[in-house]
Design a protein around this ligand. Sequence first.
Ligand SMILES: Cc1cc2nc3c(=O)[nH]c(=O)nc-3n(C[C@H](O)[C@H](O)[C@H](O)COP(=O)(O)OP(=O)(O)OC[C@H]3O[C@@H](n4cnc5c(N)ncnc54)[C@H](O)[C@@H]3O)c2cc1C
Ligand code: FES
Length: 235
Amino acid sequence: MTGACNSLLLAGREARRQRLAVTVKELIGPYTLLRLERGELEPGLPGQFFMLEAPGRVLPRPMSLCQAPPGELAFLIDSIGPGTRALCALVPGEAIHVFGPLGNGFDLDVERPLLVAGGIGIAPMPYLTAALGDPPTILGFRTERHAEAGRLLPGAEIVVEPRLVTELLPDDPGDVLACGPEPMLGAIRRLAPRAQLAWEAPMACGYGACYGCVVEIGGRYRRLCVDGPVLRDAA
Ligand SMILES: Cc1cc2nc3c(=O)[nH]c(=O)nc-3n(C[C@H](O)[C@H](O)[C@H](O)COP(=O)(O)OP(=O)(O)OC[C@H]3O[C@@H](n4cnc5c(N)ncnc54)[C@H](O)[C@@H]3O)c2cc1C
Ligand code: FES
């Protein structure tokens, strides 16, 4: 099912595009874990992302790598609109174009990592925790059903709204690496100004060409796909 592979050099790093088949689809609470053949694509660094073809839609959709099992790439998807619905409707054997890895991932050179994620912000955390040797992790979810995704990170502390992840942040949180909704990232930035934060914006190209992902963070305009999605010192 794997198709021909094209590659592109972006800021000295190679991203590849290839048609890859779904191997396994698993439902985890309201989310879908989509496992694809890896083909000739590199998994990249935790926090980097891939553009996934969404069948029937013109533009691909950005997704963080969730897990990198041998020979596979796995993505955790929250079905919130037409593109993510089309991705979640894929079945094993069907193939889509996948392009990546793209953007800047987390800096893994940290002494006291603390992972913090909210909602679908959990997506890059399983790959990140594997790279950092299972550091302490705090996860927050809207409902108990969403919190089922916590099983992807068995050692994590989990809070469900109305409790918030920031309530569990220690006074001296160490090196925070976080992904989640904008208000959560803003609150973490106030409590841990040196935190590495994975931001989100709608993306059309994923490699700096369309300027569709420009966001203002901390008074500066950034193309999130090439300057991020992981940013530090955003304040
Ligand atoms: C670097 C990066 C990594 C991502 N990783 C994941 C992941 O691992 N799993 C996952 O489920 N989702 C992830 N996303 C978000 C995902 O790409 C969007 O949810 C998806 O593109 C929405 O497409 P759609 O057609 O389903 O919905 P749309 O109809 O495009 O959007 C539905 C609603 O969400 C808003 N929206 C769409 N995309 C975004 C966005 N990126 N940020 C904020 N609001 C948005 C729209 O304005 C609209 O209101 C990531 C986004 C980025 C930028
Ligand atoms: S998505 Fe095109 S410039 Fe960022």
